[in-house]
Design a protein around this ligand. Structure first.
Ligand SMILES: C[S@@+](CC[C@H](N)C(=O)[O-])C[C@H]1O[C@@H](n2cnc3c(N)ncnc32)[C@H](O)[C@@H]1O
Length: 344
């Protein structure tokens, strides 16, 4: 029975009775606490339901999650209102960016998009608009999204104590990268960091707010994303830490200066690897993101880093790797952490 429940509806962190309260507050402040499930006390420990993993905690998949109320179900809401064959292809999932709902809709449901949008808005009374998601593409990683109901696409998405201003139609924001954003928010204290693919500040802003690096150079070449990056720097009061740079990281990344380099791009990141490695001072740390076939995880990404370091006459000491999320069928988004040193 529990096998049919998606992983994100069964995931929980484990806390002792004494730490349960602070652990729950941490999950809430990180934006990962699952309000639809009850906290369960069992065998002297406490299961706190979360939607994504929280670094630093033991996790379990609950056999019998206990719900406060039924998870919103479009099939139930639209039963009898649209043809039965359409019910079978209704979206089972969606995500919220601030007060905007983003949903992938099967092309066969085009004429029922208004009803689907209205049903989603009924689930979330505080939400204002629904966007149909048609993927992300191109060098600017721009989403193709259509407004199907509502009148606004600009919003403020709150997470981990950060306010991300964004236009959900113009710039990407991946909910699946939350765990990585949290991990990055705990690194970089006192350091000089280069974020080569800064976007709207996905990694730079949480790191600046929570870890206070000395300086973060946040490079972004998409003018729309750069606009929100600058706005987010101001909104989160990190002007003294984050220096936004509008440009191509292949051209503007500094050399031999950084304690830490974040390469938060996928699919083509290997093309920039030597640039990222060259940006580091000896002993500096690289976070290399890449999409790779799941059967080659993590070796393919590790190989990219070691080969690029060797080509430059350096040695890559692999510190660890993280599986961020499933990217597409048979492909995962991975991050490799490596310390780069001289090869002697
Ligand atoms: C995939 S997004 C970042 C996603 C992020 N990792 C997350 O958590 O959602 C990558 C960003 O890098 C930018 N970008 C891609 N190539 C670039 C380049 N050569 N120089 C600067 N920015 C670049 C894109 O415009 C995009 O905003």
């Amino acid at each position: 029975m529990s096998r049919a429940i998606p992983r994100r509806n069964r995931l929980a962190i484990i806390a002792g009775n004494k730490d349960a309260d602070s652990s729950m507050r941490e999950a809430v402040s990180l934006g990962v606490f699952d309000k639809s499930r009850k906290i369960i006390k069992k065998d002297g420990q406490v299961e706190i339901p979360v939607m994504q993993s929280v670094p630093g905690y033991e996790h379990i998949l609950q056999e019998d999650p206990v719900y406060y109320r039924k998870t919103p179900d479009l099939c139930h809401s639209l039963q009898g209102k649209i043809p039965q064959e359409c019910i079978d292809i209704l979206p089972r999932g969606w995500f919220l960016l601030g007060d905007i709902i983003v949903v992938k809709i099967h092309p066969g449901l085009r004429e029922y998009e208004q009803q689907i949008g209205q049903a989603l808005l009924d689930f979330y009374p505080r939400c204002r608009s629904v966007l149909a998601d048609e993927g992300i593409s191109g060098p600017f990683r721009e989403p193709a999204r259509r407004l199907i109901i509502g009148d606004k696409t600009q919003t403020v998405h709150r997470e981990n104590g950060i306010r991300f201003n964004l236009d959900a139609r113009l710039v990407m924001f991946s909910p699946g990268n939350l765990t990585e954003r949290i991990r990055m928010s705990r690194l970089g204290k006192g350091e000089y960091v280069v974020d080569m693919f800064a976007g709207i500040g996905y990694f730079s802003i949480p790191m600046a707010v929570h870890s206070q690096p000395r300086k973060i150079m946040a490079i972004e070449w998409n003018p729309n994303a750069y606009h929100y990056l600058c706005q987010n720097i101001r909104q989160n009061h990190v002007e003294d830490i984050v220096q936004p740079v509008l440009g191509d990281c292949a051209k503007v990344t500094p050399e031999g200066a950084a304690d830490r380099v974040v390469m938060g791009m996928v699919q083509v990141t290997d093309r920039y690897l030597q640039k990222g490695i060259s940006a580091l001072r000896p002993g500096g740390i690289l976070h290399y993101h890449q999409t790779i076939p799941s059967r080659m995880y993590p070796d393919a990404a590790i190989r990219d880093v070691t080969a690029a370091a060797e080509a430059l006459g350096y040695h890559a000491d692999i510190l660890g790797h993280v599986l961020v999320k499933k990217f597409s069928p048979g492909v995962v988004h991975a991050v490799v952490d490596a310390r780069i040193d001289s090869d002697f």
